[in-house]
Design a protein around this ligand. Structure first.
Ligand code: FPP
Length: 229
């Protein structure tokens, strides 16, 4: 039985809005509470010796939300990256971003770039924040880059992967989605081909070290066969 170590844990952080509603708070407070859950979970993943964590923070579809919420989320990304950079450096974590970043406000693009550069020296651990990310968009962007570079068929998996946002990223071993929804929602479409899924009814702001430990335990009890008998 294959028990592959978790190299890459990917998380669909869902349920911030419903958590806020259940507490009679504005939706944005759910996202604020979501940031605290991010901090707890990233710390817990480090303690569990998981080298790569990726977070689905803003999808290509999230622009359809009310303008105030989108602006609030952008404000949170700004604040988080600026104020947590020192901590992330202390924790020796390389912070990277996946998505069509050019469509984000210019000052955020600059902050992301500074954060990535300031942490690039840390090679043991990485935190990947998916911003304006969509799996379909990533595939289309890759195909368009291949065409514009004049690369001739046959296009192999290796060539395609080289044109992804973060080509060296291992595929997620485990994808967690919170809040009881059972969907991938355009996250790591190509990369999730053999990922294990774990769903929990907890809203993202309620997620903590115990919840992560349960998910990881569940993962290690499974058998991964990759198409073999
Ligand atoms: C989904 O909940 C959550 C999001 C679209 C945003 C996730 C963002 C954060 C947790 C903020 C911080 C992240 C970083 C990396 C600093 P929802 O609003 O769709 O909840 P609902 O389905 O209950 O309405």
């Amino acid at each position: 039985m294959e028990k592959k170590k978790i190299e890459h844990l990917a998380i669909i952080m869902d349920g911030n809005g419903r958590w806020a509603k259940s507490k009679h708070l504005p939706r944005i407070m759910g996202h604020h509470a979501g940031v605290r859950a991010v901090e707890r979970t990233v710390r817990a993943a480090r303690e569990l010796d998981i080298p790569t964590v990726s977070l689905y923070a803003f999808s290509t579809e999230n622009w359809k939300r009310p303008k105030g919420e989108v602006m609030g989320l952008m404000g949170l990304f700004r604040y988080y990256m600026k104020s947590k950079l020192e901590d992330l450096c202390k924790e020796e974590t390389h912070v990277r971003f996946a998505g069509d970043l050019e469509a984000l406000p210019d000052d955020i693009v600059e902050i992301l770039d500074d954060t990535e550069k300031a942490t690039a020296k840390f090679t043991e651990r990485q935190l990947v924040v998916c911003l304006n990310y969509g799996g379909r968009k990533e595939l289309l962007d890759a195909v368009n880059k291949i065409v514009s570079e004049g690369i001739k068929p046959p296009i192999t998996e290796e060539i395609l992967r080289k044109h992804f946002y973060l080509p060296d990223l291992p595929d997620p071993d485990l994808i967690i989605r919170t809040s009881g929804e059972l969907r991938l929602s355009n996250f790591w479409l190509w990369q999730s081909s053999y990922s294990e899924y774990y769903f929990t009814d907890k809203y993202w702001p309620e997620f903590d070290k115990n919840a992560l430990q349960e998910a990881v335990k569940d993962y290690y009890e499974r058998e991964r066969r990759y198409g073999n008998a």
